[in-house]
Design a protein around this ligand. Structure first.
Ligand SMILES: Cc1cc2nc3c(=O)[nH]c(=O)nc-3n(C[C@H](O)[C@H](O)[C@H](O)COP(=O)(O)O)c2cc1C
Length: 185
C-alpha cells in the first residue's frame, strides 16, 4: 500500500557535485545536488539566486560540474556551508583551468566543463541550462574502449529531506536485459 504524502521534492538519491566558476583570476566553488540531464546535449544546474557563484557564472558564461567521491567529500561539504559572499573558497581544491576556461578540480574523478546556453528562473532560483564543452575523467576510471567505468567511479549521493550523503551500490544488471523475462512470459 502507498500513502500520498502531498507535493514533496522526493526524487532522491542523486549525485552531489561541486560547481566551479572563475572569480577574476581565482576560482569559486559551490556544492550542488540539484542538477539534471536535458535531452542528449544539455545539463541543468539549479542554484538559489542569492548564491555568490551565480554572479560569476553570469559574468563568464562558463562553469564546471565536478563529481564528488568519498576522498573529496570533506572539502566538498565545506563549500556547501561557506558562502563566497563572506569567505574566499578559492583554496578549497587544487585545480587546473580547463580548455574552455572553467576551473577543473584535479582530484575529482569526473568533470564536465560547460557553457551557459540559457537561464530558467523560478521563485528564488536560477537553473543554468548548459552545453558540455569538455569531459575530463581520471584515467583509472577509463576503460580501453574509451568508456567511463562506473564500477570503479563511485560518486557520493545525497538526499535532501534528511540531508545525508550515501554511497552508490553494486551493478545489478545490464539495461534492457530484464525485459527478456517479461517478453518471454
Ligand atoms: C548537501 C548539500 C547540497 C546542496 N545543494 C544545493 C543545490 O542543489 N543548489 C543550491 O543552490 N545550493 C545547494 N546547497 C547549498 C550551497 O552549496 C551553499 O549555500 C553554499 O554555501 C553557497 O555558496 P556560494 O554563496 O559561495 O555560491 C547545498 C548544500 C549542501 C550541504
Amino acid at each position: 500500500m502507498k500513502k500520498n504524502i502531498g507535493s514533496k521534492l522526493a526524487l532522491y538519491s542523486m549525485p552531489i557535485t561541486v560547481i566551479g566558476a572563475m572569480n577574476g583570476d581565482k576560482p569559486t566553488w559551490t556544492l550542488v545536488g540539484h542538477l539534471g540531464i536535458i535531452g542528449h546535449d544539455r545539463v541543468m544546474v539549479s542554484l538559489a539566486a542569492p548564491h555568490f557563484i551565480n554572479g560569476k557564472i553570469k559574468e563568464t558564461k562558463k562553469l564546471s560540474i565536478n563529481l564528488v567521491d568519498e576522498n573529496l567529500l570533506p572539502q566538498a561539504d565545506f563549500v556547501g556551508f561557506a558562502s563566497g559572499n563572506k569567505t574566499d573558497k578559492s583554496q578549497a581544491f587544487s585545480y587546473e583551468i580547463g580548455e574552455a576556461g572553467a576551473p577543473v578540480i584535479s582530484n575529482s574523478p569526473l568533470t564536465l566543463e560547460c557553457s551557459v546556453a540559457d537561464i530558467y528562473e523560478t521563485l528564488n532560483f536560477e537553473s543554468y541550462i548548459c552545453t558540455i564543452d569538455n569531459t575530463y575523467v581520471d584515467t583509472q576510471h577509463l576503460g580501453a574502449d574509451g568508456k567511463i567505468n562506473y564500477n570503479t567511479l563511485k560518486p557520493v549521493l545525497f538526499e535532501f529531506p534528511t540531508y545525508q550523503y550515501l554511497k552508490t551500490g553494486d551493478v545489478i544488471g545490464k539495461c534492457l536485459t530484464f525485459k527478456n523475462d517479461i517478453v518471454s512470459t
